[in-house]
Design a protein around this ligand. Sequence first.
Ligand SMILES: [Fe+2]
Length: 350
Amino acid sequence: MGTPTGWLSNGWKHGIVAAMVVASMPVAAQAEGEVNIYSYRQPTLIEPLLTAFTESTGIKTNLLFLDKGLVERIEAEGANSPADVILTVDIGRLTQAAEAGVTEALDNDAIEANIPAEFRDPQGNWFGLTTRGRVIYASKDRVADDAITYEQLADPAWKGRICTRSGQHDYNIALIASMIAHHGVDEAETWLRGLKENLARKPAGSDRAQAQGVFAGECDIALGNTYYVGLMKNNDKEPEQKEWAAAIKVLFPNVADRGTHVNVSGMSLVKNAPNRDNAIRLMEFLASAEAQEIYAEQVYEYPVTPGARLSDDVASFGEIKPDALPLSEIAALRKQASELVDKVRFDEGG
Ligand SMILES: [Fe+2]
């Protein structure tokens, strides 16, 4: 039997295909020897991993890429859902799946041995696979500093010099939640107001647009995730992004104290997964040193497994020291962080 329309399986030549309805998927696609993945991660990013998994296990992968509504879809499919494994990014999305009750808590020694405790759910509903630092993109020409803390972003010395995307974006919500965790909500509010005062323009656009802002001279420093620097630097499709990357240096905030805030890409086992054993084999593989290095190379992220090799581009940013604050604590403070962003009217700009 073939693979249902909309799925990307190993060996298919494809571009990115929009999700199709699979609620009436034929039973054959759930037969032994396969695993079904629902993914918010782009197929091109994870395909090398899935190919390596199939080569080493013989288990075929079927990948359904969605850019939104992944959890809602599994909920709608209910007991008939073919989903075995969820792959996604950001603690917000990982916890959303767990809170919706579509994940199964997994207790697995092999996975736990490879993924440090701060990067996984204590209950086993989600596991981080790679970390991504929320760093400072600083102008090579106009910023002499080689160390800036998150706290210093509120320093009046930076008035009118900082760019960032919306305060309500998941990446900034997690960062602000980490500030609440470290300093308490009152101090975090004062900090956020100070940062807002220092903005060069209204928060908008992607992280890459902030690097462009630095390149164009609109701001001197910006907040952004590490991997975008690798993606911009090697962007042959939009070569102007290479100039944005060349204009900035990556500064890791708080290396001298608690470390840099990181978020994760991650995975979950789906509740009632029809191919549960294969799903667990895939998850064990994704946590292995072999897969960790493929992942890191492909997406310019940091492997969660200590000692896994970095891509050359990522290594060129310098050493990252991740904040050891458990991501589960950040997840618990996301709502408060979002309320703070509204309260200080962060997205209206400085
Ligand atoms: Fe991103």
